[in-house]
Write a protein that binds this ligand. Structure first.
Ligand code: PSU
Ligand code: MN
Length: 302
């Protein structure tokens, strides 16, 4: 596959520096312009501060790009709403037609894996939507079959988190709570859903993940809760989510538009508080992903 690799990502690869993939849908569709551009940069900076090299992934004019230059990142942020949103299923269509798209967790994981990147940070993965429409993000199946560690604040709480966690188990995604016993609820640290595994250091995460892959295992979800000081009030955000979900169904919003619609509605209803929380949790994920990539690299040498 023709991947376009940025100079700094290529240099990191050839010198054996740890690399962390970042997705572009969170920038293009998950967060509004102009807040999204500084956040996209801060995510890259957090990976660097942890000692790894960021590789933000998107499809530009049909070329899957691993690592974006400053202008391309700005274009994604500014024109994001006009761009397509590509899951792993859609990559070939964009490549053949030479069109551009932001990549979701599933597409980013697939492309990162092609380039041998083992760690990926995002805000929250997709999952099982609420209600009975049967809308289940392709993120879950893609994660199950791709050997990559995704650090995220659980799944986005606009979803049915209980069913999402059950589906992760069914598909065989290893879920590890990072310094938590519970599946995080994106805007809040706890969901009441207990996890089977908790790990407290990046070094132990690296050991477990390495062993998991040596056994032929696939994706690992490192569930990293939002920092306490950034968490939203549970009752406030729960009510906001219910009203956003009701509005989506009243307006018959579904498919790829549903998640961006819900996130945008939440930003309005909470007066921007959901955006500030999303920023904080995503940066925290980028930091932990950087630390994990460094620890995995160190254990390569053992
Ligand atoms: N994390 C965020 N904001 C986002 C997303 C993740 O903090 O917008 C994106 C990811 O790209 C994820 C997508 O793959 O939302 C899920 O979309 P869907 O439910 O349509 O599969
Ligand atoms: Mn969907």
């Amino acid at each position: 596959m023709d991947l376009v690799i940025s100079p700094d990502v290529a240099a990191a690869k050839s010198s054996g520096k740890p690399i962390v993939a970042l997705e572009s849908t969170i920038v293009a569709h998950g967060l509004p312009w102009p807040d999204n551009l500084p956040i996209a940069r801060e995510l890259e900076d957090a990976v660097r501060a942890a000692g790894a090299v960021p590789a933000t992934i998107a499809i530009i004019d049909g070329k899957p790009c691993v690592g974006l230059d400053a202008e391309t990142l700005e274009l994604l942020a500014r024109d994001g709403a006009k761009l397509s949103k590509a899951g792993a299923i859609d990559i070939a269509v964009h490549m053949a037609r030479k069109t551009s798209a932001a990549t979701t967790v599933s597409a980013t994981s697939a492309l990162a894996n092609r380039y041998g990147i083992r760690v990926f940070a995002t805000g929250g993965i997709g999952g099982v939507h609420r209600g009975d429409a049967g809308d289940v993000s392709h993120d879950l199946v893609a994660l199950a079959r791709t050997p990559i560690a995704v650090v995220s604040a659980g799944a986005k709480s606009i979803l049915d988190l209980g069913r999402t966690l059950e589906m992760l188990e069914t598909l065989g995604v290893l879920v590890i709570g990072y310094r938590t016993n519970e599946f995080p609820a994106f805007y809040t640290a706890t969901s009441g859903l207990q996890l089977d595994h908790r790990v407290d250091s990046a070094a132990e995460l690296a050991t477990i993940i390495r062993t998991h892959w040596s056994l032929g295992g696939g994706g690992v979800l490192v569930a990293n809760p939002i920092p306490d000081e950034a968490a939203l009030d549970g009752d406030m955000i729960a009510a906001a989510i219910e009203s956003a979900v009701a509005e989506a169904s009243a307006r018959d919003v579904h498919g790829k538009r549903l998640t961006p619609f819900l996130l945008a509605r939440l930003a309005e209803v909470t007066g921007g508080a959901s955006i500030r929380a999303n920023r904080a949790l995503a940066i925290n994920d980028a930091t932990v992903a950087g630390e994990l990539a460094v620890a995995l690299r160190a254990s390569d040498r053992l």
